[in-house]
Design a protein around this ligand. Structure first.
Ligand code: URA
Length: 242
């Protein structure tokens, strides 16, 4: 073996061992699938509150569903906790309940929810198999965007849900949930088409179904996002078998 080849192989070995230390046995290449470092602290705020030690989602629900920490608690009809498989591999996170969700107490049950159901079917899954929830558990009046204080107050509940479910994948539906979870001002375009690390999950960002209803031209790029997810999900299932 030439000296140059031997040096190259030593460097390659050192690099791969460093990657293994960081990311385990998965090799992350440049571009789609690259795994950057976590962007948000791994701790849940409000350490002194009893619900922080909830050991299951039903337990958490029991402790928080009468929440009045922010003014939305006064105006909501129903507290919209979240729905689906308590051990889901995949968690979809939207923004906040709308009128239909507020009335029924379940996320994504209106028109945007019907489209989300179709997206979930298109990726070969069932609504009951995944977990669906929002950054906010209560409806903002007139469907306005969530305010920062509301998200600050409510998102610890979501962080606890993520901690209890420990999904392999989180799919953020729309700019607001993605920017909030990743604590960034980057645009939706900049956040899509790549993966983000979030509390042990791989986070993918795509369009909000309501945006797809408003602008069907975004359905094609949204499908690209789902293909990115499906590829990574298949890969993760194969890794589990080996
Ligand atoms: N939009 C959301 O972000 N969440 C819902 O639950 C419904 C519509």
């Amino acid at each position: 073996m030439s000296k140059a080849l031997s040096i190259f192989l030593d460097q390659a070995r050192a690099y791969l061992m460093q990657q293994q230390d960081l990311f385990g046995n998965t090799i992350y290449t440049e571009g789609a699938g690259k795994k950057p470092p976590d962007t948000r602290a791994d701790t849940i705020p409000y350490p002194d509150e009893p619900w922080v030690s909830a050991e299951s989602l039903p337990d958490l629900y029991d402790q928080i569903h009468e929440c009045l920490k922010c003014p939305l608690g006064q105006t909501r009809t129903r507290f919209v906790f979240g729905t689906g498989n308590l051990r889901a591999d995949v968690m979809f996170i939207g923004e906040a309940p709308g009128a239909d969700e507020d009335a029924q107490g379940e996320p994504f049950v209106g028109k945007a929810g019907q489209l989300l159901n179709k997206i979930i079917e298109a990726i070969g899954m069932k609504r009951e198999e995944v977990y669906i929830c929002n950054i906010l558990k209560c409806r903002p009046p007139n469907n306005r965007d969530p305010e920062t204080l509301e998200m600050e107050t409510c998102s610890p509940y979501l962080l606890k849900q993520i901690e209890l479910i420990r999904p392999k994948f989180i799919i953020c539906l729309g700019r607001i949930s993605a920017q909030w979870l990743l604590q960034t001002n980057e645009s939706l375009t900049a956040l899509r088409s790549r993966t983000h690390a979030f509390k042990g999950s791989t986070l993918i960002v795509t369009y909000h179904p309501a945006a797809l209803l408003r602008n069907p031209n975004w359905k094609r790029p949204a499908w690209e996002d789902m293909k990115l997810f499906m590829g990574l999900y298949e890969q993760s299932k194969k890794e589990k078998l080996t």
